[in-house]
Design a protein around this ligand. Structure first.
Ligand code: ME8
Length: 514
């Protein structure tokens, strides 16, 4: 039977600057879900990429004294490199300056123009370049952008408009009929209220600069960067050139974005698709915003968290774990080194790291590194077994709802319970009594078996460390080829195999006292 597809996307990040923790966050979340769905047997397609046109990028290029495409070529490498370091398993990376993309933008533009959904007019109002957003006068106070608070630019220029107002009812209807279309629920309400107030036609071209896709029949106009960028979700999967692929993957199962760009995704994008007679995506999830030690991240404050530094200092998986564990996905969060170090030391070093090292060390010491055979089951064995073999459906539910933090919390209940089981069973005492060798073998087998299940469950979150643990367990089959189902099957760890070399997976971070 053909596998069910799962197409998910991240935003396309601007190349005006190098990536920071916010970009890493969205992409790590998308990767975690993609990995989980692959283990669950889906044919997953994860798309990411970069948004390279527009005034914001043009301005940054000017400051860097480079042609915009050269800046893009330079910055895109930092994204690709970061995704490699963060173990992002994307299937495609699209740049909006690619031909395959530009063709589709023009196709959609023409389609809407021919249909009469695009018309020429004049735009008079304001423009926020950092947000690449048009703001009508009524929404702008003291010339400041209502979203980011930075100064807007006053515009009065000829512009093409998209008849978004025409799609207001259809969009509202679509949102109402598709309960999961916009998540979390608070965002859904926000969008419903916004649409109910009435949608205006939107300006979709600029004439004041050159860096973008020109309208073929009116070349002084550059297509609005958001119309350009949003189209990537269909251009990357062959809307024009590979209909078979497109029909297999579209509609997207999920667009993961930050709350800052929800309106573009939940209003403009579906309206464009409705106008182009293409089905809207199935689901859009807008996550929350990271601040740093209570403050908004900004270059001028010098508090931008560099994901490269985090990976170098703490390791890729500790960083991935922290971001997804610390804050429920959908809510805002505050980043601090202290919080990160606390998480690493308590959850990773103390709980999981300790479990791995003590369980394996005892197998090495008492059974010469050979996984023992379990014997008679006692009450506490049954309890651990039932906790471990019943955990998967809960985790699946959480992850499918993008409740990463809750999923990890649930997995950690099993981690702690396994540690408690070891404490309670006291293998070091059993080892002193030859008559209790079978019991000792049972306790250690169960500890490792629980660890095997934990390792499968954390794979999507911490791909590098879970592979290390897997190797230490001595299991020959590849972890990334395992099915999730095997996390339900207690007893799959073969007795008699030799465990691997024991190495610390999550070292403690020593905090220097000042
Ligand atoms: O908006 N906290 O690109 P962008 C959490 N090119 N997430 C954050 C964050 C923070 N402090 N800062 C950024 C664009 N993000 C457009 C998108 S899509 C067709 C075009 C993440 O480089 C979050 O996912 O400004 C946010 O939506 C995205 O980066 C914005 O990236």
């Amino acid at each position: 039977m053909a596998k069910e597809k799962f197409y998910l996307t991240t935003p396309l990040y601007y190349v005006n600057d190098v990536p920071h923790i916010g970009h890493a966050y969205t992409t790590i979340a998308a990767d975690t879900l993609a990995r989980f769905k692959r283990l669950a047997g889906y044919d997953v397609y994860l798309l990411t990429g970069t948004d390279e046109h527009g005034l914001k990028v043009q301005k940054a290029a000017k400051e860097a004294n480079l042609p915009p495409k050269d800046l893009a070529d330079k910055v895109v490498v930092t994204f690709i490199d970061l995704w490699k370091r963060l173990s992002i398993s994307y299937d495609d990376f699209i740049r909006t300056t690619e031909k395959r993309h530009k063709k589709v933008v023009l196709e959609i533009f023409n389609k809407l123009y021919e249909k009469g959904d695009i018309y020429k007019g004049e735009y008079e109002g304001n423009y926020c370049t950092p947000c690449e957003t048009f703001w009508p006068d009524a929404q702008v106070k003291d010339g400041k952008c209502p979203d980011c608070g930075r100064p807007t630019e006053r515009l009065k220029e000829e512009s093409y408009f998209f008849k978004m107002s025409k799609y207001q009812d259809e969009l509202l209807d679509y949102i109402k009929k598709h309960e999961n279309f916009i998540q979390p629920i608070s965002r859904r309400h926000e969008i419903i209220n916004f649409v109910k107030e009435g949608l205006r036609d939107i300006s979709i071209s600029r004439t004041a600069f050159k860096w973008g896709i020109p309208i073929p029949f009116d070349k002084k106009h550059i297509i609005y960067v958001w119309i350009d960028a949003l189209t990537n979700y269909i251009s990357a999967i062959g809307y024009l050139e590979d209909k078979k692929k497109f029909n297999r993957l579209w509609p997207a199962d999920l667009h993961i974005i930050g709350k800052d760009i929800l309106k573009f995704h939940a209003i403009i994008w579906p309206c464009i698709l409705l106008a182009a007679e293409i089905e809207p995506p199935k689901r859009i999830f807008a996550h929350g915003w990271w601040t740093v030690e209570g403050e908004k991240m900004s270059k001028s404050k010098g508090n931008v968290v560099d994901p490269y530094e985090m990976v170098d200092e703490f390791g890729v998986d500790a960083f991935r774990y922290f971001l997804l564990r610390e804050v429920p996905f959908g809510l805002d969060g505050d980043f601090s080194r202290d919080a990160l170090i606390n998480r690493i030391n308590s959850d990773l070093a103390n709980d999981l790291g300790n479990l791995v090292s003590r369980a394996l060390t005892m197998v090495k010491r008492y059974f010469t590194g050979v996984v023992p055979r379990p014997d008679k089951e006692e009450r506490e064995d049954k309890e651990l077994k039932s906790l471990a073999s019943d955990i998967l459906p809960k985790i699946e539910k959480f992850i499918n709802n993008l409740q990463f933090s809750e999923a990890l919390e649930e997995i950690w209940k099993l981690v702690r319970e396994t540690n408690r089981y070891i404490d309670h069973s006291q293998p070091w005492v059993l080892a002193k009594d030859k008559a209790r060798e079978k019991r000792l073998g049972t306790v250690l087998y169960n500890s490792l078996e629980s660890l095997r299940i934990i390792t499968i469950l954390i794979f999507s979150f911490m791909p590098v460390s879970s592979e290390k643990i897997w190797k230490q367990l001595g299991i020959k089959e590849r972890l990334d080829k395992k099915t999730l189902e095997s996390a339900k099957e207690w007893g799959r760890l073969p007795s008699g195999i030799k465990i691997g070399k024991i190495e610390a997976v999550f070292p403690r971070i020593e905090v220097k006292k000042v």
